[in-house]
Design a binder for this molecule. Structure first.
Ligand code: XIL
Length: 515
């Protein structure tokens, strides 16, 4: 008989009941109050929205920290072992498995009415040291099949879903695939094989491909989309895709990008998960309060994107308290929903609003003459600037022509008054290039902030590949904060390489608020 070291039973129904009666309880309660109603938990709100709300679980914290366990039980209805089901931790020595942590998490979930997603059967990190490129293709392939079969069989019928393959795409390599031991020894066919072995081991579990950095439109999400399409065309049993969504408040994808991306993956017939959400705040300078507000907006945006897309079934956060986030490995951070004392942060309210399907609201356009209705007034360029009426967009636009390799492109000074208060902003512009198959078009803010010791700070606020002759949307959200008072802010639009014609229309910077 399988024995676990412990099952921590948290009386979740009692906790919920006492919250709704407003009784005292030593379980920390979220600040949020429903309009006119009692406090509700994220799992209650998610259930109302027809979505799952998940968290990655740290086995050591679950075993030792009672508050951690009670908040996990109270707020989430979907759990993913953060490390306990990875190959390295599970089978550190060939043939000898360490199941205890994974068992504990599954038993905890079952005791608290939570579903489980396993994570992750094939990944180039946290692979056991005995799995290496000295193995022959036959040896590695049978070791992988054995690992998938053994692991999935142990939990067969108990897990809703599995991340089967994680992070197999790396567009920085020649092949577009991550240089892992699997790719090196087996070639890309290991991906299809892994899904087929997984389907055979537990035919009821939903099988996910999980990937980092594919939230925004661009090369990596395009490559991943093509890969999914190709595998599905070959009959490979992939049921869903996870967009990890590790973001930072200083720069993250726009809601439009995220939704467009979710939609195109859904059109392949894939179930969608937003699978590993967290948001660093400290890359954005400025006061803690404004960084935490930007994080609230980021979470609201991500969660509302899932709620608004029928094919999206779950948002999972990569942990829930700042106390244990993996982001702290690089220095203390505040990436999650609860602080180190389990107090709900503004981020929690962002999730509440997102679960209600409330998109963040945008204010008026802060870029003077951003629609070019006054031709190129206020805009400048180091090359030639022409103002045009564009028939395709049915809008005014400006085109920069005669650019050489060092051209800056287009710029608009005088944004200091509009932006110096900082905060989360949305950036959006229509861009078109002429003269190369595809170039990267970037939007930057040049901030003069002499007191910081750095006379000019350059912030990249959006970038994307743009193909010849087509209008495309360049968009992103960014958090802006300052260590000291800036003295000038200029927006620039440029391209790499620089020697192409660049046309721009409908440039907008709008401040983002919760409602
Ligand atoms: C991370 C864990 O959170 C850390 O504790 C561990 O040291 C490394 O892995 N993408 C993934 C997750 O798919 O498995 C990673 O988890 C975070 C990035």
């Amino acid at each position: 008989m399988r024995r676990s070291r412990f099952i921590r039973q948290v009386p979740v129904l009692l906790v919920v009941a006492s919250l709704s009666l407003g009784c005292g309880d030593d379980t920390p309660s979220p600040e949020h109050e429903d309009a006119g109603g009692p406090s509700t938990t994220l799992r209650q709100l998610a259930a109302r929205a027809g979505k799952r709300i998940g968290a990655a679980v740290d086995a050591a914290a679950l075993a030792t920290d009672e508050t951690y366990a009670s908040v996990l039980a109270r707020e989430f209805d979907y759990v993913t072992p953060e490390n306990a089901m990875k190959w390295g931790p599970l089978e550190p020595v060939d043939g000898s498995y360490a199941w205890a942590d994974a068992d504990d998490i599954v038993e905890f979930a079952e005791a608290h009415g939570q579903e489980v997603k396993g994570h992750t059967l094939v990944w180039h990190r946290q692979t056991p040291s005995w799995v290496d490129s000295s193995m022959s293709a036959d040896e590695l392939s049978s070791a992988l099949e054995d690992h998938i079969t053994t692991t999935m069989t142990r939990y067969k019928g108990r897990l809703r879903a599995w991340d089967v393959v994680n992070e197999a795409v790396d567009v920085a390599t020649d092949s577009g695939f991550t240089q892992s031991v699997f790719y090196e020894v087996l070639g890309p066919s290991y991906i299809a094989d892994a899904f087929r072995w997984a389907r055979a081991a537990d035919p009821e579990a939903l099988l996910f491909y999980n990937e980092v950095g594919i939230e925004r439109l661009g090369e990596k999400s395009d490559f991943t989309y093509d890969l999914m399409q190709e595998l599905l065309d070959q009959g490979v049993p992939i049921d869903g895709i996870g967009l990890q969504s590790h973001v930072s408040t200083h720069r993250y994808p726009s809601l439009n990008d995220l939704q467009a991306n979710l939609r195109r993956f859904a059109s392949l017939g894939l179930v969608l998960n937003i699978s590993e959400v967290d948001a660093r705040t400290r890359l954005m300078p400025g006061e803690k309060e404004s960084r935490l507000f930007a994080q609230r907006i980021a979470f609201q945006q991500i969660v509302s994107a899932c709620v608004l897309e029928a094919g999206c079934e779950a948002v999972t956060f990569w942990g829930f308290t700042d106390k244990y986030s993996w982001i702290n490995d690089e220095g203390p951070e505040d990436p999650l929903l609860f602080d180190r004392d389990y107090e709900a942060k503004p981020a929690y309210d962002g999730v509440v609003d997102g679960l209600a399907g409330e998109r963040p609201a945008l204010g008026p356009n802060l870029v003077p003459n951003g629609d070019f209705s006054q031709e190129d007034a206020g805009w400048s360029s180091d090359a030639e600037l022409n103002s045009i009426d564009d028939d395709v967009l049915d809008m005014r636009a400006v085109c920069v022509t005669g650019r050489d390799g060092g051209s800056m492109g287009l710029s608009r000074a005088g944004l200091l008054d509009a932006l110096s208060g900082g905060g989360p902003f949305s950036f959006q512009a229509r861009v078109r290039i002429e003269g190369a198959e595809s170039v990267s078009v970037e939007a930057r803010l040049l901030v003069e902030e002499p007191a910081s010791g750095e006379p000019l700070q350059e912030l990249n606020i959006a970038a994307r590949p743009v193909t010849n002759g087509e209008w495309m949307e360049l968009a992103g959200y960014f958090g802006l904060g300052f260590e000291s008072s800036p003295t000038a802010i200029t927006l620039t639009l440029s391209s790499t390489p620089a020697d192409v014609d660049l046309c721009v229309a409908d440039v907008r910077i709008e401040s983002v608020s919760a409602r």
